[in-house]
Design a protein. Structure first.
Length: 122
């Protein structure tokens, strides 16, 4: 199994070692579900409004074979945002795996909607 890459970046905030270790620990759960994940990028952003309300935005991008999975979560607590982000990414990965199994199980043939003339065997 290859070493998966986890990229953690902070916007308008400094990332401490504690935050980095918590995020990497939680992201490891995603790699257990899907081995074909190439890279996971987690962007943590601190948004401060004019009313002095603090909001933390967590954005996760899972680079996988096929279309990438992108999820964003906003909350007033950074750790709550990270937890909800991982839960949403986990649900998307499980749904994607379930749909691929259903597509493999029930393969449908191609129906040609045109009317072909019948021939008489002679």
């Amino acid at each position: 199994m290859n070493k998966q890459e986890v990229i953690i970046s902070g916007v308008h905030m400094e990332l401490t070692d504690a935050i980095k270790s918590i995020v990497t620990h939680k992201v490891e759960k995603l790699f257990r579900h899907q081995e074909r994940i190439i890279r996971v990028r987690v962007e943590l952003e601190h948004v401060q409004d004019k009313e002095h309300s603090h909001e933390f935005l967590a954005r996760g991008i899972v680079e996988i074979h096929g279309p990438n999975l992108v999820v964003s979560v906003a909350s007033d607590n950074l750790y709550k945002s990270v937890d909800e982000l991982i839960d949403k990414l986990n649900r998307k990965l499980r749904r994607r795996a379930r749909l691929s199994k259903v597509k493999r199980k029930f393969c449908h043939g191609v129906d040609i909607p045109s009317l072909l003339p019948k021939t008489n065997p002679a």
